[in-house]
Ligand binder design. Structure first.
Ligand code: FAD
Ligand code: EPU
Length: 350
């Protein structure tokens, strides 16, 4: 078995960063991964999906394993739900479309999120009032050091806001192979995000349907977020910071137009890493904080802050990952200096 060597990862990350992988291989199931690992050179292993949530700040001196486990299959049904098992290498939006075509509800608000299904539980991806923890049933993951396959239930994953056990306790230890989702046969629409209702009206949608909600989300996203095929980016670079009610009150007094909303800890009680949120905690809009610091539309060399959305850092062409990282450091420092708020990166820094 041979491993491709010194492969440019530029086509494999949406930032379009030209870092090298010392070794590179793809796998399509657990057996193939096991066979690869038995022959793999010693050193670090890194599992890659669509590369839409990574910033490569250096070459990877190890083996990059591109997940290509495919398949979308309904494995069980009861009166209310269909349980759909999906290969981790499937494109997330293809899975969303599959659900819409089969009248299965739950992921329509998550339309057009880039990347693959395997990364969705890593990040507990979310948009427009929905996170995947709400439709998650379980997943199967391959332990990279001993080759065993473990099953993780909802509670095992400790989902939080863009967070899970795979970003913390088990960081870098597993390759997720399959994820099973629990989808509603009778959709319950979630259009509580004002922008969706507004968009549905603009579309002239007469009644709610999975496709109408999905189309509305697609239209909002397309208008707001840069297309990585046109300009390199990884979506929101930072998380929206969560602060205590006391900190929020102080900021709100000084900056009355600061956008903020309750951090919704009740959704997590007992099951996730956000369960510890203090009552009254507020989520602030990172995009607003960054814009107020004057960064929106800023450019240095080929690294920049998007002109329409200050939370999105961009690569105009040939920026190095380290240049984008350095810019993110400056942004963090300025937000801390102006507002006293410490933000966190959302993108995985490699
Ligand atoms: P990658 O970038 O390939 O990997 C991300 C991390 O997961 C890495 O640490 C990698 O090692 C790990 N990983 C990937 N696959 C596996 C696996 N099978 N097993 C184990 N570990 C794995 N995210 C949102 O939540 N909401 C949004 O609205 C949103 N909008 C976006 C908009 C744009 C324009 C872009 C570019 C990104 C956006 N994102 C959003 C971020 C991104 O799409 C998601 O985080 C997505 O789930 C990443 O999937 P991926 O396959 O590209 O992961
Ligand atoms: N805003 C500004 N200036 C900006 C951008 C935003 O002031 O340049 C303010 C506005 O007040 C706006 C508010 O921020 O109303 C919120 O902006 P937006 O609706 O775009 O949402 P967001 O909080 O920036 C989050 C997620 C997105 C997700 C959307 C929709 C995070 C880190 N980001 O963005 O997820 O798609 O909500 O639910 O939680 C991602 O994770 O990559 C991502 C794109």
């Amino acid at each position: 078995m041979t491993f491709a060597q010194n492969i440019s990862l530029r086509p494999y990350n949406t930032f379009g960063i030209d870092a090298l992988a010392r070794y590179f291989a793809t796998f399509s199931d657990g057996a193939a991964l096991s066979a690869l690992l038995s022959k793999a050179p010693a050193g670090a292993k890194f599992v890659l999906g669509g590369g839409s949530n990574v910033l490569l700040t250096k070459d990877i001196d190890g083996l990059v394993l591109k997940n290509e486990v495919m398949g979308i299959e309904t494995v069980a049904e009861d009166e209310d739900y269909a349980y759909v098992r999906v290969g981790a290498g499937e494109i997330w939006h293809r899975f969303v479309q599959h659900c819409i075509n089969h009248d299965l509800g739950g992921v329509e608000n998550l339309s057009l999120i880039p990347g693959c299904v395997g990364a969705s539980p890593m990040q507990n991806i979310g948009a427009y009032g929905v996170e995947i923890k709400e439709v998650f049933q379980d997943l199967e993951a391959f332990h990279l050091s001993d080759g065993t396959i473990e099953r993780f239930s909802l509670n095992d994953c400790a989902f939080g806001y863009r967070d899970s056990v795979f970003k913390n306790k088990y960081k870098g230890q597993f390759a997720i192979l399959h994820v099973t989702f629990r989808l509603r046969k009778q959709p319950v629409y979630n259009v509580s995000y004002g922008a969706i209702e507004h968009e549905l009206e603009r579309m002239g949608a007469r009644e709610l349907s999975l496709r109408a909600v999905s189309d509305a989300v697609i239209r909002i996203r397309t208008a707001k977020l840069p297309d990585p095929k046109v300009i390199g980016n990884a979506g929101s670079f930072f998380k929206n910071p969560i602060v205590s009610s006391a900190v929020y009150e102080r900021l709100h007094t000084e900056f009355p137009s600061l956008p903020a909303y309750p951090a919704a800890q009740e959704a997590y009680v007992g099951s996730g890493s956000d369960a510890d949120l203090a009552p009254g905690a507020m989520k602030l809009s990172a995009g607003w904080l960054i814009e107020q610091c004057g960064w929106k539309g800023y450019r240095t060399g080929d690294a920049g802050v998007h002109e329409r959305h200050a939370l999105v850092l961009v690569n105009y062409g040939h920026a190095r990952g380290q240049e984008i990282y350095d810019l993110s450091e400056e942004i963090l420092r300025s937000v801390k200096a102006k507002f006293g708020v410490v933000m966190e990166r959302e993108v995985n820094i490699i």
